[in-house]
Design a binder for this molecule. Sequence first.
Ligand code: HPA
Length: 277
Amino acid sequence: MSHTAVNPLDDEHADPFAIAAQAAEQLRDATGVEHHDIALTLGSGWAKAADLIGETTHTIAATDIAGFSKPALEGHVGTLRSILLPSGKRALVIGARTHYYENHGVRRVVHSVRTAAAAGASVMILTNGAGGIKDHWVPGTPVLISDHLNLTANSPLEGATFIDLTDLYAQRLRDLAHTVAPELDEGVYVQFRGPHYETPAEVQMAKAMGGHIVGMSTALEAIAARQAGMEVLGLSLITNLAAGISPEPLSHAEVIDAGKAAEPVISALLARIVAQL
Ligand code: HPA
């Protein structure tokens, strides 16, 4: 690894919420924006939405903000953007996701969500690129996340912190998304650890357990968002049929290409949803 700057979240005695508060303060200093209303994490395929939802007034390198890491993946832009929405509300767009498979610990995975909450956001929109289990989902299909199966065997919550997840992917926000795009299908997102794709047997396991979408992000972030009292909206772009659902082998390049091809359409969709918030 070329970047060796110390991340304060790597100190196990540090308070992750204090570091998120510090990050939010640095955002206020850098932007002059006191309060962000909503936050969006833009995963593969979704990045263009940032240009469509409003006017970007500030772009900050994520690595200038406490606790953020360099993105591990090409196609993931390492910036935080403050966007003025037509409604006058403020959106914080997080283009810097730390994945669980990077092995930096769950605190770093959910730091952007905690920072968004500390910046004032009450709605967290989590997007990703993922594999589809329903075989009528062609690559390029956007899907609402209705619930999740967290197969990481981990949690962002530490100690005896019991958080209700009954309505984690808020019905209110899903209803609102459906007013904009009635055709949006829904599915249960299954977070695997990755970074390998699933085996066909694992995809069948996920299906038998009630899953419809397989990916390597989002569930841990959603839990942290709920802990912070935010409402969560989750959207997956189906970039490929999950392993074994289609006879084709999976390739990261094809996943990226499917994301690029679908980007204009799903970004416009997301912009229309944000306009309703
Ligand atoms: N599995 C897990 N993660 C993914 C996939 C998949 O099939 N496609 C894109 N991200």
